[in-house]
Design a protein around this ligand. Structure first.
Ligand code: GDP
Length: 356
């Protein structure tokens, strides 16, 4: 499964947030496919459509999609030179498919800030610079190696060219994700600034309820997406029943928990979407990539569904809920039979037809 690595300076609230994520996992663990690993927090992707489908189909249970977060230890200034956590840290973060960077926005004199003051802009620059330095080092080593390999005709020169173009972009201070360089030939390097980023501002109530301040912080990281949460409140929310949790959220001006927001934005940042299936046994969301075609989507349920794919019967969620049943949807011409070139749309409710 795709994972999102959590990074940030020390004392910004990473552990507090991660604890909330892993304790939330108790819920996810009720589902058979959730594997539990100590450094992985699995959270459900919130999806109200599943509740509606479960009503329409009288489903016994609901199985949401999930998003996995990996705890990667803190980064400090100098990490790229082995001063901080160095190589092990970098190796872990390279394996993540996207990165969630926690940035401290809460004021608390009892919690020391490693850089002496709470300054989100400064912290973003510190970490951005460390990640770029780490990528530069990776590229410099790779270029030396690639030059030999091109001479020895072991690799195509397009690999070397991509590495040089990437290094040039970093030398100009441009993040690889924004560089326009085709990084496909050097994917093996796991370059950090090529990964999609989410920024998690760990703030206090004063900021949560201050739209202007949030807009300012979001602008620091745009076009990447920003999530605002209070890690301490998130860990309290988990122990509350749904009504009390909703009340606590409302009192801080939110209608959705930070963990739910993080799951939603994380899922989107990973380039994922879901389609839905429903029946008396379960209403379920299946995770696919954006732009996937019907046979590949069917393969997520079972490889036989992909191999023997004939058609997908697709009804949009809105039509299905409005008409109340598959039979009614068919009668109103709202059920479509789609072939192997159909590109799946978010919210499709699907039943696959296949040959065994
Ligand atoms: P990490 O080093 O990034 O993992 O940070 P921790 O999660 O260990 O948090 C460092 C300290 O800040 C701990 O004492 C936390 O209780 C405290 N802390 C974390 N999040 C918040 C927050 O949202 N508000 C306040 N006031 N304190 C927080």
């Amino acid at each position: 499964a795709l994972t999102i690595g959590i990074v940030g300076l020390p004392n910004v609230g990473k552990s507090t947030l991660f604890n909330a994520l892993t304790r939330n996992q108790v819920l996810a663990a009720n589902y058979p496919f959730a594997t539990i690993e100590p450094n992985i927090g699995v959270v459900n992707l919130p999806d109200e459509r599943l509740d509606r489908l479960a009503e329409v189909f009288h489903s016994e249970r609901i199985v949401p999609a999930t998003v996995s977060f990996v705890d990667i230890a803190g980064i400090v200034r100098g990490a790229s030179e082995g001063e901080g956590l160095g190589n092990q840290f970098l190796a872990n973060i390279r394996e993540a498919d996207a990165i969630a960077q926690v940035v401290r926005g809460f004021a608390d004199d009892d919690v020391v800030h490693v850089e002496g003051e709470v300054n989100p802009k400064n912290d973003l620059e510190t970490i951005g610079a460390e990640l770029m330095l780490a990528d530069l080092q990776t590229l410099e080593k790779a270029i030396t190696r690639y030059e030999k390999e091109v001479k020895g005709r072991k690799i195509d020169k397009s690999v070397l060219e991509a590495a040089i173009a990437a290094k040039d972009a970093l030398d100009r201070g441009v993040l690889l994700s924004a560089s326009g360089v085709d990084l496909a030939p050097i994917r093996e390097l796991g370059l950090l600034t090529a990964k999609p980023f989410i920024f998690v501002f760990n703030v206090d109530e004063a900021v949560l309820t201050d739209a202007a301040r949030k807009a300012e912080l979001a602008a620091l990281v745009a076009p990447a997406q920003a999530v605002f949460l209070d890690a301490k409140i998130e860990s309290e929310l988990i122990d509350l029943d749904p009504e009390d949790a909703a009340e606590l959220l409302a009192s801080t001006g939110q209608d959705e928990s930070g963990l739910d927001q993080l799951a939603r934005i994380g899922f989107d940042t990973l380039g994922l979407q879901t389609y839905l299936t429903a029946g008396p046994k379960e209403a379920r969301a299946w995770t696919i990539g954006k732009g996937w075609k019907a046979p590949a989507a069917a393969g997520v349920i079972h490889t036989d569904f992909e191999k023997g794919f004939i058609k997908a019967e697709v009804i949009s969620f809105d039509d299905l809920v409005e008409l109340g049943s598959v039979v009614e949807a068919r009668a109103h011409g709202k059920s479509r039979l789609e072939g192997k070139d159909y590109v799946m749309q978010d919210g499709d409710v699907v039943e696959f037809r296949f040959n065994n």
